[in-house]
Structure formats: C-alpha cells, structure tokens
Ligand binder design. Structure first.
Ligand SMILES: *Cc1c(COP(=O)(O)O)cnc(C)c1O
Length: 361
C-alpha cells in the first residue's frame, strides 16, 4: 500500500434520506447538510433526460469529449473550448488537479476551515498541507497569511469562494491583488461552487482574471445552484496549455451521456437559477435576522448555507439533534461549536427558526 494513504479514512457520504427516515422513524427528513438545492432541478432537465433515454440504449460509450456540453459551456463563459476540463463533479476535478501537479516533495496552501477535499487529495499524493486560519470573527480568508505560507515547495493554492463552510466571499479586486503577488509557477485554484448565490455584486466571479493570470484556474459545479448533484458534473477553466496536462490523466469516458445531456439542459434554463438565487437571498436574510435576535455568532454568508457558532459543543449537538428529531438534518462535526445549515425553503426555515428559539430558552 502507498505510504501516503495509510493514515487516510474513507469519506463518509451522506446517509440516503430514505434510510435516515427509517432509522429515526420520521416521515419527512429535509436534508440541509449537504448544500443541495432545496428547490430541486429545472424541469427542463427531466425532459431532456427522458428524451435521451427514450431515443438511446446504453450499448455505446458516451462522447468522451462531452462535445455538445463543452460547446455550450464555452459559449456561456466566453472561453475557448480547449480551456475546459469537465469532470464527474468537482470532486473528480480536484483529484485530477492534485494528481497532475503534486508529488511528495510539494506543498499546497489552503485557508481553514475549507472544503476537505483539497487537503485529502494533497495527502493522497504525499504532499504537505499549509493551512492558514481564517479571521475568527468574520470568517474571511487571510490572503496575506496565505502569501506568507507560499514557499519553494508550493505548487497549488486553493481558494474556495464563497468558502465552504464559512460562506464568506472574497472580492474580485482582492483576488487580483493576491494574484499579483503569487509567484508565476504556483497555480491558484478558485473554487466557485457557490458563486451563483452571491448577491452583493453583479460581477462576483473571478472569471475575468483568467485572461490576466496564466497561473489561475477556476472551478464550477452543477451540483449546487443547478440542482444536479446526482448527475455529477463539474468543470475547470484553465489556460489551454495547462488544461492539456489535466486532460491527459482524465479517464477517457468519465462523464456518461445522461449527465452530459442533463447539464446542458440545466445550463440553458438560467431563469431557474435566477429564481433559486433570489429565493435563497430572501431566506438567508431571514436567517441572519433570527441569529442576530438570538445573539448567536455566525459568518456573513454569500452562499446557500450559513455557519453558526453555539456557546458550547454540547449545545451545538443538542440543537442539531433537536432539529433532526423534527426532520431537519444539518451538518455538524466541521468545527466543534459550529453547525452548517443549508438554507431551505421558506416554510422549513421558519419552522427551524421556531425550533431553534425553543432550544435556546
Ligand atoms: C459541493 C462542493 C464541491 C463538490 O461538488 P461536486 O461537483 O458535486 O463534486 C466542490 N467544492 C465545494 C466547495 C463544494 O462545497
């Protein structure tokens, strides 16, 4: 066995909702622990998938280049088709990048807390992880600290924006300032899994910076705002030269045709995204008002979840259990005193807020 994987523990995936309902004896469980889309998926996706499976059997390999989806994405983002690497979710993209760029002699720089896959995949390659804590009060990443952590061994810097689990957003001008100071041989990866949910600015994405900085890559997924988590589609935008290296290690037929068809249909329905983003912003504001009223510390979120601190770890677990008994599952275990709550639909948010008040009296 590889030395680098001896210490690793397998990722514990979400328990299927039906299994959880049976285990708890609860009729309806609303999963608000994985930042999935509580508004579902564009109805156009179901139509496209049904048409595809009606017209085709499954005897032929899929289009290994995901040509039609690639063309649609390139047009949507206004980037060359050769700059796109499309993966089985961003999970696969993160694995491919780590595999392509990291050896046991290298290090990566991350902000903590952040999405666990960056560190996990670095460990797989035997690389060192340099974790720079975020600001404890605001949850904001610390770009100067991250710059200071970069040394001769650093190959990759991961910046999740908005960040999971803090929900905090780093402006494009702050990222530009950061990029100006990063050595050109260090690749900075901006994970924009939640970028659609940002409402504080109309131009939230760091996409325009790709033309300025050849050592920057951008990642997006269909799993969150597009409500396509089940079909597993995510992608990377990177200079065509560097994306060739990543393409070289991609499995030839990684994306099945149903996923390709579903993602393309989802991309075409931007009106669905607008509705989801607007509804999420309304409920996010109500959550913040509720937490202010209860004097609970949280980070200002620009995503579809909110990260809340409780006075003690026991209290956090008590609230999580109280919600779960009522059918609301949130994410604990990311940080002892904290819970990450995916922002649900209005009725569910309201019920959860009433339950929370009951817990705290
Ligand atoms: C959910 C999530 C992903 C993974 O998305 P998939 O495309 O479903 O693999 C990537 N990055 C962050 C920060 C996430 O929260």
């Amino acid at each position: 066995m590889k030395e680098s994987i001896k210490q690793l523990k397998p990722y514990i995936p979400e328990e299927p909702v039906s299994a959880l309902q049976a285990r708890l004896g609860v009729e309806r469980v609303v999963r608000l622990s994985a930042n999935e889309n509580p508004y579902g998926t564009s109805p156009q996706v179901r139509e496209a998938v049904l048409k595809y499976v009606t017209d085709h059997d499954s005897s032929q390999y899929p289009d290994g280049n995901a040509g039609s989806l690639r063309t649609a994405l390139a047009k949507h983002l206004n980037v060359p088709e050769s700059s796109l690497v499309i993966g089985v979710g961003l999970d696969e993209v993160i694995t491919m990048l780590s595999r392509a760029f990291l050896t046991a002699k290298d290090s990566v720089v991350i902000s903590t807390p952040t999405f666990s896959e960056y560190a996990l995949n670095a460990q797989l390659e035997g690389a060192q992880i340099k974790a720079v804590p975020c600001d404890a009060v605001t949850g904001a990443a610390n770009p100067d600290g991250m710059l200071a952590a970069i040394d001769d061994t650093t190959r990759l810097v991961w910046l999740c924006n908005p960040n999971n689990p803090t929900g905090t957003y780093c402006s494009v001008s702050a990222i530009r300032e950061f990029m100006r100071q990063v050595p050109k041989d260090v690749l900075v990866l901006i994970d924009e899994a939640y970028i659609e949910f940002v409402t504080s600015t109309d131009s939230a994405s760091a996409l325009p910076l790709l033309a300025e900085f050849g050592n920057m890559g951008l990642m997006r997924t269909f799993s969150k705002a597009y409500g396509l988590a089940n079909y597993r589609v995510g992608y990377l935008v990177l200079s065509p030269e560097l994306s060739n290296y990543v393409q070289a290690i991609r499995l030839p037929y990684n994306l099945n045709s149903v996923s390709q068809v579903a993602a393309e249909a989802a991309l075409q329905d931007q009106a669905f995204i607008e509705r989801v983003v607007a509804a999420n912003a309304v409920e996010r504001r109500k959550w913040e008002a509720c937490l202010d009223e209860l004097k609970l510390h949280y980070y200002h979120s620009e995503a579809n979840f909110i990260f809340v601190e409780f006075p003690t770890a026991e209290k956090a677990q008590y609230v999580a259990d109280y919600w779960l008994q009522a059918g609301y599952q949130v994410r604990s275990g990311l940080s002892p005193k904290w819970l990450r709550i995916t922002i649900g639909q209005a009725d569910d948010c309201k019920k959860m807020q009433i339950l929370l008040k009951e817990c705290l009296v």
